[in-house]
Design a protein around this ligand. Structure first.
Ligand SMILES: Cc1ncc(COP(=O)(O)O)c(C=O)c1O
Length: 389
């Protein structure tokens, strides 16, 4: 069977290689401690689950959730943005419900790019940002996002020929996988750059709440209050541990919101209304559950950084996200896949190879803090033994 050419770039996925390596290690009798996936192990708050459970018994939730039924959700999202950032967004024209931010960020390029247009993406970055560009027939210009520049891309380094053909830039801070944060001034410089070059600015913002030690995570809409070029993607997956429920939203420039809605209208009928009700309960309800989640990840971060130091692997202490971005020791500096596959085979501990997030991620691995300190304290010495061999 002859499939479309656009499938080809989607097939190179090192995470599929890691899945195979985990399955082989499991089959060989290893007990797997999986630190490779950024899927929270923490439970969804009870009041959110109650709202969803009550919805199941309500036949009003059983039909298609077209735009009218997303109105209370869009309203709750707009009010949340107002409370959190002082951003005013019109729920009718500037907010759109999503089936997770991955869905939204992957569909947006269909609304923005013509075939051959460039999208400027962070390298390393989140894989579906690239996937969406490939699906739209666009080209990717990887903006190196590395330690020497504080994990911030340098806009001046983008070649003029690429800029002439570029239509969008995607940023995401706090950043997965590097854990870096961006200041409001940096976001303002990104807005000015995109305005000057006629680019759409996409900000993927799943870790908006997952910051520690007084670190703040500004919104791109604070940097672009008139929403001239920007659209921001939010999710309930991280702050409320709702990854499996698939719910998020976009807020931003009304032309972009309308265009994304037009794309989605051909693809989906929105999330189940009961889950939207759960999301409303999350956004409008008490926020101490978010603080508890942040505290759990802070404790795990401290445990992981300390345990890594004990095995002689010094990593910076992240001030945001649910990850550790660890530079590999010299023998593995150009082989994050080899390190990750051999580590899981030898110890059962799975980490994500940095190159899976882009070429500039080579030489690093990402540890997701999806286990409590007791498990991390058990896992990390095994990494030490592996390195010692
Ligand atoms: C940068 C980034 N964007 C999007 C997602 C996926 O979010 P959602 O569950 O809303 O699709 C993740 C999840 O890890 C992420 O790190």
């Amino acid at each position: 069977m002859q499939l479309a050419d656009r499938i080809a770039p989607l097939q190179a996925n090192v995470f599929a290689d890691m899945d195979r390596a985990k399955a082989q290690a499991r089959a060989a009798g290893q007990c797997i401690i999986d630190l490779s996936l950024g899927s929270s192990d923490l439970p969804t708050p009870p009041h959110v689950l109650s709202a969803i459970a009550a919805s199941l018994q309500d036949p009003d939730t059983h039909g298609y959730a077209l735009f009218n039924s997303t109105q209370p959700f869009r309203q709750a999202a707009a009010e949340w943005c107002q409370r959190k950032f002082g951003i005013t967004a019109d729920p009718e024209t500037e907010v759109l419900a999503l089936i997770g931010s991955q869905e939204g960020t992957a569909h947006l390029p269909l609304a923005v790019l013509n075939p051959g247009d460039f999208a400027l993406l962070q390298d390393p970055g989140y894989p579906s940002h690239a996937g969406g560009v490939y699906l739209a027939g666009g080209q990717i210009y990887p903006m190196p996002t590395q330690a020497d520049t504080g994990f911030l891309p340098v806009f001046e380094d983008i070649p003029p020929a690429v800029l002439a053909q570029a239509k969008m830039m995607v940023l995401s801070y706090p950043h997965n996988p590097t854990t870096a944060c961006a200041s409001l001034d940096f976001l303002k410089s990104a807005v000015a750059f995109c305005q000057a070059h006629g680019l759409v600015l996409v900000h993927d913002f799943p870790y908006v709440d997952l910051t520690f030690d007084g670190q703040t995570a500004p919104s791109v809409l604070q940097a672009d209050p008139d929403k001239t070029v920007s659209v921001e993607f939010f999710t309930l997956s991280k702050s409320y541990n709702m990854g499996g429920f698939r719910v998020g939203y976009a807020v931003g420039n009304p032309t972009l919101i309308k265009a994304l809605r037009q794309i989605k209208a051909n693809v989906d009928f929105n999330q189940y209304r009961g889950i939207l009700r759960g999301a409303i309960a999350a956004l409008n309800g008490p926020q101490d559950c978010v603080q508890q989640t942040v505290e759990r990840f802070r404790q795990r971060r401290d445990a992981a950084v300390a345990a890594l130091a004990r095995i002689g692997w010094d990593v910076p202490t992240p001030t945001a996200t649910m990850y550790i971005w660890a530079k590999l020791p010299a023998p593995w500096a150009t082989d994050s896949i080899g390190f990750s596959t051999q580590l899981v085979a030898a110890t059962g501990i799975a980490v994500a190879p940095g190159i899976g997030f882009g070429k500039s991620g080579e030489g690093y691995v990402r540890l997701a803090l999806v286990h409590d300190p007791e498990v991390l304290d058990q896992a990390i010495p095994k990494i030490g033994n592996f390195l010692a061999k």
